[in-house]
Design a protein around this ligand. Structure first.
Ligand code: ZN
Length: 394
């Protein structure tokens, strides 16, 4: 959660950089440049001495990767450097895109400059490992450097090299078990728990039924033991921004878990909630209300927030919404959950569904909540505090 704050600071920094010093478009020399002189790159990519670009295949793949980094990889498009099969299967085919490019790639890649560390043959494929790090950072930012290290693959497709995600390569030999509409996929070292798997499928069905959601579509659920192993499936050898133990890709129907369990109710909710550009306070709130968060149930999270809020009488709802207060006790998620509970108490399933229709528009969030819960806007802060403090235990 600390990373959120860091991202906001970094965003200011990137914008600041841009204003002070318009990002240059010149081509700078890179190591081994003599070998790679056919590319005119906007984003500068360094190559470590370990990468032997005198070998033709290595040189071709390095060029492919550098061209990809120069092709606005933050934008979903029919990118010619990616393999056709994955582009056919997934609209958002580069699984590292969302976490890596939390800023436009042109800005990010000039600040956290890519350097290819290794490019090695693994079976039939070639693995490309790249570090994204910044130079000359202020001491307060250097702790957050590097941004990440990626590892993805190059494969041959009709005699041309194309990029490929690590996920299908890493999980090629993993075991698969289908329970209901969930395809559980896990390494041989993981002992499959059928009871929990059934509980997971039942949970998705039960929430769908209780809230009259449209039928949910099946999804692939990859189980790993920790955040780093999860990251590898998203093409990260090391990642920082967005480091997590659970991530769902709604459109791709893929869920990744880093907690080593078949049952991950919070993340299931994100995969079964009807697709809608709703406000994250409501989306995360509903997932926390029905599925808990951070290993805690809704009630435990609510009690923790209430006890903290009791001791901080000056805190307002906006401090939570703008993430100025309460990250350590997940105040944002839990406040959303408490609002879902309040809506349920007032108007049952129908009112919760109306809450779930609140769009992702910061300016109108409070107005919409107040309208639904029939509160005057000037009373909203008191209402929020009162609802939270119902869970106090001290
Ligand atoms: Zn969530």
């Amino acid at each position: 959660m600390k990373t959120h704050l860091f991202i906001m600071i970094l965003f200011a920094l990137l914008i600041g950089c841009q204003n002070k010093n318009p990002l240059s478009l010149e081509n700078k020399n890179i190591n081994n440049k003599a070998q790679i002189d056919s590319i005119s790159e906007n984003v500068e990519v360094e190559i470590h001495a370990r990468v032997d670009t005198s070998k033709n295949k290595i040189k071709e793949i390095a060029i492919l990767w550098i061209e990809y980094l120069n092709s606005n990889p933050d934008i979903v498009s029919d990118n010619k450097f990616w393999n056709t099969e994955e582009k056919r299967l997934y609209n958002d085919f580069d699984f590292s895109r969302q976490l890596l490019y939390q800023f436009p790639s042109e800005q990010l890649l000039k600040y956290y400059k890519p350097k290819i560390l290794s490019l090695e043959k693994e079976g039939e494929n070639y693995a490309i490992r790249t570090i994204f790090s910044a130079e000359d950072q202020e001491p307060q930012y250097s702790k957050s450097n590097p941004w990440c290290i990626t590892k993805l693959y190059a494969v041959k497709e009709e005699n041309e090299w194309k990029l490929k995600n690590a996920l299908p390569i890493i999980t090629e030999d993993w075991n698969k078990e289908k329970v209901g509409k969930i395809n559980f996929i896990f390494p041989a070292s993981h002992k499959f728990d059928r009871v929990l798997a059934n509980k997971a499928n039942d949970f998705c069905n039960q929430i769908t039924k209780e809230f009259n959601f449209q039928e949910w579509e099946q999804f692939d659920f990859y189980i790993t033991q920790n955040g780093d192993d999860l990251g590898k499936l998203l093409n990260f050898d090391f990642f920082f921004a967005g480091y997590t133990t659970g991530i769902g890709m709604y459109e791709n129907r893929i869920l990744l878990s880093g907690i080593g369990s078949e049952f991950y109710p919070h993340e299931f909710i994100h995969l079964i909630l009807p697709k809608f550009d709703r406000h994250p306070l409501i989306e995360e709130g509903f997932a926390t209300w029905k599925g808990g968060q951070g290993g805690k149930s809704f009630e435990e999270s609510a009690e923790r927030l209430a006890n903290e809020l009791t001791q901080n009488s000056e805190v307002k709802f906006l401090d939570v919404l703008e993430k100025k207060w309460g990250w350590q006790n997940a105040a944002f998620y839990t406040s959303g959950a408490i609002l879902c509970q309040a809506a349920y108490n007032k108007g049952g399933v129908d009112l919760v569904n109306s809450l779930l229709q609140i769009e992702n528009n910061e300016d109108q969030l409070i107005e919409h909540i107040c309208k639904l819960l029939e509160i005057r806007e000037e009373d909203f802060d008191d209402f929020w505090r009162e609802e939270v403090l119902k869970f106090t235990s001290i």
